[in-house]
Design a protein around this ligand. Structure first.
Ligand code: HCB
Length: 202
């Protein structure tokens, strides 16, 4: 909330040194803060530069935590199958999707993080080319959520819908939305994605 990247880095380093629950620090700590910035932005009490500064501060902390989380999970053999993940066409928000990608990798999936604002046809191509078993799309805006629906339709049109498990997430996305568009799994956060997807992967 203070846009203090150095402070966020210090908190992250302290948490690593204390062997604290780093995922909880991300989900209950940094994420709570940035969501509050988003809420104040919506109320027009803060503006885009504030969100950018808050995201930069959060990334300062995340950049310290992620390599440690990845290392902690290095024994994962990536045997759970290929998982393509991205922020959907039109959406440049990437922080949450990147966290989910790393957590899934740590859990044992072979993750292909193909970026943000990825055109639907490119997501489809990545799934086909890599023979992916799972695909996760992230949408942070009501205007881009609709592309998750269009993506479901594209998979059906291409005849590959039954070959892949779809996972949807992002702040405005809900279980109800997942049901409505016919997505297989809704994930509220990274831990939820790991729990649900590892269960499916068996
Ligand atoms: Co941005 N933004 N933003 N933004 N932004 C939101 C999303 C608003 C809700 C803010 C608001 O109005 N309250 C709003 C969207 C409103 C709406 O549509 N209803 C908004 C807007 C409007 C915009 C712009 C259009 C602003 C502008 O330019 N006028 C623009 C977007 C342009 C575009 O995409 N074409 C924009 C830009 C930005 C940045 C660049 C400044 C920055 C993003 C930096 C980056 O990602 N590299 C940003 C940020 C940071 C936010 C907020 C404040 C935080 C998002 C975030 O990182 N949250 C956000 C407010 C909010 O979300 N409440 C605001 C933290 C992460 C950890 O949570 O929800 O992303 P997460 O991910 C979770 C969870 O959803 C789930 O697991 C993750 C980890 O636990 N999950 C998945 C996510 N994806 C998943 C995929 C899966 O398969 C499974 C689970």
């Amino acid at each position: 909330m203070a846009y203090n990247a150095e402070g966020a880095k210090a908190v992250a380093s302290d948490a690593v040194a204390a062997n604290a629950d780093l995922v909880d620090l991300i989900q209950s700590g940094f994420t709570t803060g940035i969501k509050e910035v988003g809420r104040l932005f919506e109320e027009k009490k803060l503006f885009l530069p504030h969100i950018m500064a808050a995201a930069a501060a959060m990334n300062g902390g995340i950049d310290i935590l992620m390599p440690v989380i990845t290392k902690q999970g290095k024994d994962a053999d990536e045997g759970l199958g290929k998982f393509v993940i991205c922020s959907i066409e039109g959406d440049i928000h990437s922080i949450g999707k990147d966290i989910v990608a790393i957590m899934l990798k740590v859990a044992g999936f072979s993750v292909l993080n193909i970026g943000r604002d990825v055109p639907l046809k490119d997501i489809l191509a990545a799934c086909k080319d890599n023979n992916a078993k799972y695909v996760g799309t992230s949408a942070l805006m009501t205007s881009t959520m609709v592309n998750q629906k269009t993506f479901e339709e594209l998979l059906r049109k291409e005849g590959v819908r039954d070959k892949i498990v779809t996972n949807v997430g992002g702040a405005p996305v809900t279980q109800q939305w997942a049901d409505e568009i016919g997505a297989d799994v809704y994930s509220e956060n990274a831990s939820d994605a790991v729990a649900k997807m590892t269960k499916i992967a068996g």
